[in-house]
Design a protein. Structure first.
Length: 79
């Protein structure tokens, strides 16, 4: 199964995009949660607050389907 992860900001360097400036193509197995996929990529979960899929906010226990484009968002910081 192929999915596409997108991010910007601090997550950009951890994601190591390969499709374009913001997107990485990831091959994974059916039934894998976003938590599992991020772990396999070495992305610390504390760096990801939530994900967007098809314009909807998803938690990190989301199970992607083939072809999903998932934007991961880091926690908001600052003041």
């Amino acid at each position: 199964m192929i999915i596409y992860l997108r991010s910007g900001g601090k997550l950009h360097d951890l994601l190591k995009p390969d499709v374009d400036q913001y997107t990485r193509r990831v091959e994974t197995h059916e039934g894998a949660t976003l938590v599992e996929i991020l772990g396999e990529l070495g992305i610390p979960l504390v760096m990801v607050a939530f994900a967007f899929v098809d314009g909807k906010v998803r938690k990190l226990d989301y199970v992607p389907t083939d072809g999903d484009v998932i934007t991961i968002q880091s926690p908001v910081a600052g003041g």
